[in-house]
Design a protein around this ligand. Structure first.
Ligand code: NAD
Ligand code: UFG
Length: 334
């Protein structure tokens, strides 16, 4: 089975490429390298022994996309490509709508024209909007209280995928709503290495530990949580990647939607402590004001994926911290 990964040199795509190759799938990647590096392909090869075929192309380039689909017969597409910086999306909404939605429409057009019917889409817990402190199931409402254009694009793309299935009932769509991916491959050959200035907690922690960012700002300690700091459902990226393998093996007609999370919430202070314990050194931090739009506690009910996909997270926050530190050490040696 041959699968095209859009955005496959990115953080989640590269880990998924590894898990797919390990299960015997043929993987090809298309990425414009806006937020990833070509050397990721070497990392995938070191882990699996296979270097996926790579197209350095932009999904907004419809001619190139048509060329790629003309010369291949893909059984499925996993659509990771997209811009993902929440804060940036507020300042550059048109870029986010154009890139995230434009790429998806181009991809669906190419798939339809060339007879590829299966797509797995990287959605996000952000579609649940401002529902705070409740274990989110796939039945929870979506689209209300989304505070930024990035989140809107995820919600809109879910709708586009659903509408496209109504018009093309032979399409098979799986929407995976990720909670907070963290960690790296245990080998240290791939991990999160963004080209931009990070604003998510884990990449900021990484840059504070290397001294590139002087101090970690903890955004608020007056939330309604045991230690007052925000709580999230941090899922190890290798567990998340395995979720995609289980999802592709279970695809069927219509639209399937799954939360991929652990079901547990961890606070910012607990994350700092876990990193310090794994690394054996302290992490400088200061408590600052809340970040606008943040909620107290967001976590998944992953029961549907457990039952239907036979998928369950196996790795912990401690594992993610160990693998992140190992990855940082490997980066230093390169
Ligand atoms: P990433 O930035 O590491 O990977 C995305 C890749 O897409 C990058 O390599 C980038 O160069 C590529 N890309 C962007 N626009 C493109 C275009 N027009 N044409 C070709 N390539 C393009 O991000 P990630 O963390 O691996 O996320 C993958 C997907 O999962 C994204 O859609 C993201 O929104 C979604 N997601 C991520 C998180 C998270 O916290 N990491 C959470 C929920 C959902
Ligand atoms: N935080 C800090 N300091 C920082 C960065 C984050 O205290 O420097 C805190 C936040 O306030 C929050 C927690 O760490 O309590 C997690 O914040 P992230 O920015 O890492 O993650 P979010 O849950 O805000 O959002 C992320 C992605 C969204 C996605 C969502 C669910 O950015 O795109 O996870 O998948 F929708």
């Amino acid at each position: 089975m041959k699968i095209l990964l859009t955005g496959g040199t990115g953080y989640i795509g590269s880990h998924t490429a590894v898990e797919l190759i390990k299960r015997g799938y043929e993987v090809e990647i298309i990425d414009n390298l806006f937020n990833s590096k070509i050397t990721v392909l070497d990392g995938i090869e070191k882990i699996t022994g296979v270097k996926p075929k790579f197209y350095h192309a932009d999904l907004l380039d419809t001619e190139k996309l048509d060329e790629i689909f003309t010369s291949n017969n893909y059984d499925a597409v996993m659509h990771f490509a997209g811009l993902k910086a929440v804060g940036e999306s507020v300042g550059k909404p048109l870029l986010y709508y154009y890139n995230n939605i434009g790429t998806t429409i181009n991809l669906l057009e190419a798939m339809k024209k060339h007879g590829t019917k299966r797509i797995i889409f990287s959605s996000s817990a952000t579609v649940y909007g401002d529902q705070d402190g409740v274990k989110l199931t796939e039945k929870n409402q979506t689209g209300i209280g989304i505070t930024n254009p990035y989140g809107q694009t995820k919600y809109m793309i879910e709708q586009i995928l659903k509408d496209n299935v109504v018009a093309n009932p032979d399409f098979e769509v799986t929407i995976l709503r990720y909670f907070n991916p963290v960690g790296a491959h245990a080998s240290g050959f791939i991990g999160e290495d963004p080209n931009d200035i990070p604003n998510n907690l884990m990449p900021v922690i990484m840059k504070v530990s290397t001294g590139e960012i002087p101090i970690l700002s903890v955004y608020g300690n007056d939330y309604n949580t045991p230690d007052g700091t925000g709580m999230r459902d941090y899922i190890h990226v290798v567990d998340l990647a395995r979720g995609h393998v289980m999802a592709i093996e279970k695809m069927g007609p219509g639209v399937q939607i799954y939360n991929l999370g652990t079901g547990e919430a961890t606070s910012v202070m607990e994350m700092i402590k876990a990193f310090e314990e794994a690394g054996g050194k302290t992490l400088p931090y200061k408590i600052t004001a809340r970040r606008p739009g943040d909620l107290a506690k967001i976590f998944a009910d992953p029961t549907k994926a457990e039952v239907e996909l036979k998928w369950k997270t196996e790795l912990t926050v401690a594992d993610a911290m160990r693998d992140t530190i190992n990855y940082l050490n490997c980066l230093k040696k390169r």
